[in-house]
Design a protein around this ligand. Structure first.
Ligand code: SAM
Ligand code: DTB
Ligand code: SF4
Length: 316
C-alpha cells in the first residue's frame, strides 16, 4: 500500500501532532528515506521583482499598503537586472530562482515582462518559480508557455483562521488559483505560516487542507512568521521551536513525495532547531541574504551548517 494519501482526516493529523516527539520524528524520517535521498537539500534563491504597495491586507506582510512598515514601494524590475541576480544566485549554488511580486494579481503587460524573465532565467539552466498573486487559467497557461516550473501560492493558514489574517481575498480564491496552476501543468508550491497566533487545531487544519488536495503540492513551504514592525502581527508571540519542527514532520508524513521547504524564519532559529527540521523531513531551503523584504540566515552560516550536518546541495 502506498502511503501517498489524499484522505487524511483531521483526527489522524492531530494524533500525529500529539505523538511523543521522538516517535513523530522517527516516523517522519522513515517516510522521508522511502522517497528521498537522505542528507540532500534543494536550494532556491528568492528575489522580490516588485516590492511593496500591495492592495491586499495580509496581516503578516511588510508589503501591504494597509501597513506602515517604512518599506519603499518599487516598480517591476528590468529583465536585465533580474537576469544578473539569477546568474549570481546560480553561481552561489542555487538550482531554483523564485521571483515574487507584491500584486493582488498580474496585469497583462506585467505578465508579459514576467514571462520574459522566466524564459531568460530558465535559459541559464535554473528552475524557475514565481509568486504573483491570483491567476486565471489563461495567465497560468502563458507562464507555462514561457517555461515556468513552479508557481508559489500559499493557503497561509487553516480555512477557519484565514479571515483573521486576510480579508481582501478568500480561502476559496486561493484554491481557485491553485486549480488554474495545476491545470496549466505547472508544479505547485503551496504551504503556509506558523506563529501567527493560530491554535494547534489551525495547524492541523492547514496541513489537512494541503494533504487533501487532489494532488499534493510538489513543494510545501512552511514559514515561521517574520514579525515586521508596522504589520498587524508585529506583536505575535513567538512559537516554540519544537512545535515548528512538529509541523514540518506532519507535513512530511502526510505528503511523502513533496519537498518540504524550511522557509521564512531560519534567521530566528538556532542551528540545532534547523537540524531538527531536516531530521523531521525538511529538504529544501531559501539561500541568500534576503527573503523578499526580510533578512534570511546568512549564506556563510548556511554553508557551515550543511557541512556540520554532512548535508549537500541537490543537483539540478
Ligand atoms: N503577493 C503574492 C501573494 O501573496 O500571493 C506573492 C508574494 S507573498 C510575499 C508569498 C508568501 O510569503 C505569502 O503567501 C506568505 O505565506 C509568505 N510571507 C509573506 N510575508 C511573510 C512573513 N512576514 N513571514 C512569513 N511568511 C511570509
Ligand atoms: C514562501 O512560502 N515563503 C517565501 C516565498 N514563499 C515567496 C516568502 C517569505 C517572505 C518572508 C517575508 C519577507 O521577506 O518579506
Ligand atoms: Fe500582497 Fe502577497 Fe503581501 Fe499579501 S502576502 S500583502 S498579497 S505581497
Amino acid at each position: 500500500m502506498t502511503d501517498v494519501r489524499h484522505d487524511w482526516t483531521r483526527e489522524e493529523l492531530a494524533a500525529l501532532f500529539a505523538l511523543p516527539f521522538a516517535d513523530l520524528i522517527f516516523r517522519a524520517q522513515t517516510v522521508h528515506r522511502r522517497y528521498f535521498t537522505p542528507n540532500e537539500v534543494q536550494i532556491s534563491t528568492l528575489l522580490s521583482i516588485k516590492t511593496g504597495g500591495c492592495p491586499e491586507d495580509c496581516g503578516y506582510c511588510s508589503q501591504s499598503a494597509a501597513h506602515e512598515t517604512g518599506l519603499k514601494a518599487t516598480k517591476l524590475m528590468d529583465v536585465s537586472a533580474v537576469v544578473a541576480d539569477a546568474k549570481a544566485a546560480k553561481h552561489a549554488g542555487a538550482t531554483r530562482f523564485c521571483m515574487g511580486a507584491a500584486w493582488r494579481e498580474p496585469k497583462d503587460k506585467d505578465l508579459d515582462a514576467v514571462c520574459e524573465m522566466v524564459s531568460e532565467v530558465k535559459s541559464l539552466g535554473l528552475e524557475t518559480c514565481v509568486t504573483l498573486g491570483m491567476l486565471t487559467l489563461p495567465q497560468a497557461a502563458k507562464l507555462k508557455g514561457a517555461g515556468l516550473d513552479y508557481y508559489n501560492h500559499n493557503i497561509d493558514t487553516s480555512p477557519e483562521y484565514y479571515e483573521q489574517i486576510i480579508t481582501t481575498r478568500t480561502f476559496q480564491d486561493r484554491l481557485d488559483t491553485l486549480d488554474a496552476v495545476r491545470e496549466a501543468g505547472i508544479n505547485v508550491c503551496c504551504g503556509g505560516i506558523v506563529g501567527m497566533g493560530e491554535s494547534e487545531a489551525d495547524r492541523v487544519g492547514m496541513i489537512h487542507a494541503l494533504c487533501t488536495l487532489p494532488s499534493h503540492p510538489e513543494s510545501v513551504p512552511i514559514n515561521m512568521l517574520m514579525r515586521v514592525e508596522g504589520t498587524k502581527l508585529a506583536g505575535a508571540a513567538s512559537i516554540d521551536a519544537l512545535d515548528f519542527v512538529r509541523t514540518v514532520a506532519v507535513a512530511r508524513i502526510s505528503m511523502p513525495k513533496s519537498f518540504v521547504r524550511l522557509s521564512a524564519g531560519r534567521e530566528y532559529m538556532s542551528d540545532e532547531a534547523q537540524a531538527l527540521c531536516f531530521l523531521a523531513g525538511a529538504n529544501s531551503i531559501f539561500y541568500g541574504e534576503k527573503l523578499l523584504t526580510t533578512p534570511n540566515s546568512d549564506a556563510h552560516r548556511d554553508r557551515r551548517l550543511l557541512a556540520r550536518l554532512g548535508m549537500t546541495a541537490m543537483a539540478p
